[in-house]
Ligand binder design. Structure first.
Ligand SMILES: [Zn+2]
Length: 163
């Protein structure tokens, strides 16, 4: 049962602004939404923009109000963009299209280590940016790197050193 949908166009406009709202309408009509998930009070979606990779959007809704949002597009900080608008319009008009976010622990509870590794490889092939989540990315096969710092900090971990 989806949560009660109290979102309004005015609320979307308040958050994204008039022009992104208009562009978001076009994106919504063009069917640029790649996937739509509902994860508690958060909507998660991907939207095909002008880049090769779809932009990823999340929006947190509290009582029909937009509480926070984010999009991976160049102007997507805070989710004040047309992609976020398209996702919110999709939620406004057809919330039934948002599937409950599957829980990995439930979906994979019987998977073997080999199956999990194969799955991770497929995930990385599709979304190479996720390689950031792996420990010791950058160089491989160098063994110890002497990073004695606990936590992430700012110790030269800025960009991926992929060559
Ligand atoms: Zn965006």
């Amino acid at each position: 049962m989806p949560p009660q949908n109290r979102l309004t166009v005015d609320e979307i406009r308040r958050w994204v602004g008039e022009l992104p709202l208009r562009r978001g309408r076009i994106y919504h009509k063009q069917g640029r939404l790649v996937y739509l998930f509902r994860d508690g009070d958060t909507l998660r979606a991907a939207v095909r923009g002008n880049a090769a990779e779809p932009y990823r959007v999340w929006v947190r809704l509290v009582d029909g109000q937009i509480a926070a949002a984010q999009c991976t597009c160049p102007v997507g900080a805070g989710g004040h963009c047309k992609h976020t608008a398209a996702v919110l319009l999709a939620w406004l008009h057809s919330p039934e299209n948002f599937r409950p976010m599957p829980k990995a622990a439930e979906a994979l509870k019987d998977a073997s280590a080999e199956e999990l590794l194969a799955l991770i490889e497929r995930m990385l092939a599709r979304h190479p940016d996720l390689v950031e989540l792996l420990p010791n990315t950058g160089h491989h096969g160098t063994g110890h790197q002497g990073t004695g710092h606990p936590g992430t900090g700012h110790h030269g971990t800025g960009h991926l050193g992929i060559t």
